[in-house]
Design a protein around this ligand. Structure first.
Ligand code: NDP
Length: 270
């Protein structure tokens, strides 16, 4: 029988996840059906319950349900517990719900694919929302020389730095504490959505630095255009999207799909 999976969000019609997982299934020969489901804003748990009652085996979870998904899980991976959010749900054979977050591993794998070395790097992360919380653990695990989290609301970045301090060298503050040079600068704010750029100094990038924007689109974001003019190599978040999906697929099916061909065909649809 075909195993059922889905992505929950609201709204969800824009989601590329069904396309990505269909490509993974075809490539690996896995017999799965993966759909997009718009869950009610006030009853995510009910949507998951109904899905599993109808035979659903697992799901991805996107905005705005990652925290609600976290709350309903019977068991959590350590990285999901740290992130306080779940983007991957798995129904165990015992009927219990297990939660994981694969966004951070997706970001780190994408950076690796682009030849970016994080070990010993001076890393700046912009933003302190859900996406940034989800990527700090694997970034710190990669062994950077330093990691600064800078956010419009400084207190949120300071709080994140306290929460993750046991994992490595991490500081938090407002944009005013940002002083380069950095080797890797990751924009995890949603400023790019509105075509805005956080206030950043001109000497942000060291020689050979990489600028990464978690957002992606047909055109480079304002942040990536700004970074390219200052000599940085630029990467958008499309690869992160595909890599986090590949890690979810692995959690469900035990197979690792090749991500590069999927990323390339997805880029042609932007
Ligand atoms: P949140 O709403 O949780 O957080 C938004 C963050 O952006 C906050 O830190 C906020 O600062 C900051 N921000 C918003 N507007 C501005 C602005 N004009 N100037 C400076 N800072 C601003 O969002 P998420 O963390 O969930 O998502 C952030 C981004 O990451 C989105 O663009 C999202 O699309 C992308 N993303 C990409 C993924 C991928 O797979 N490629 C996966 C997940 C997310 P403050 O705290 O001061 O409000």
């Amino acid at each position: 029988m075909t195993d059922r999976y889905c992505v929950f969000g609201n709204p969800i019609s824009h989601s590329k996840s069904p396309m990505i997982h269909a490509a993974f299934a075809e490539q690996t020969g896995e017999d799965i059906d993966y759909t997009a489901i718009e869950a009610p804003l006030d009853d995510f748990a009910g949507a998951w319950r109904r899905f599993t009652a109808a035979g659903g085996r697992g799901a991805n979870v996107t905005v705005p349900f990652k925290e609600q998904a976290f709350s309903l899980c019977d068991t959590l991976s350590e990285r999901a517990r740290r992130a306080g959010a779940v983007n991957t749900l798995l129904l165990g054979a015992d009927g219990r719900s297990h939660g994981d977050t694969t966004d951070g591993v997706g970001l780190v794998r994408d950076l690796e694919h682009h030849g970016v070395s994080l070990a010993g790097a001076r890393i700046l992360v912009l933003g302190a929302g859900g996406a940034v919380r989800g990527v700090l653990e694997p970034l710190l695990a990669a062994g950077p020389a330093s990691l600064l989290v800078a956010n419009r609301t400084a207190a949120k970045a300071e709080a994140l730095a306290v929460d993750f301090a046991d994992l490595g060298e991490i500081r938090g503050g407002g944009f005013d504490v940002v002083s380069g040079p950095f080797d890797v600068v990751i924009n995890g704010t949603s400023a790019s959505l509105g075509g805005e750029l956080p206030p950043l100094p001109d000497d942000l990038f060291g020689t050979g630095a990489t600028a990464y924007d978690m957002m992606y689109g047909a055109e480079p974001t304002v942040f990536l255009s700004w970074a390219a003019k200052r000599g940085a190599c630029t990467v958008d978040g499309l690869g992160m999207l595909v890599e986090q999906a590949a890690e979810s697929f692995f959690q469900w099916r035990g197979k690792r799909p090749l991500t590069e061909p999927v990323r390339e065909s997805l880029r042609r649809t932007l």
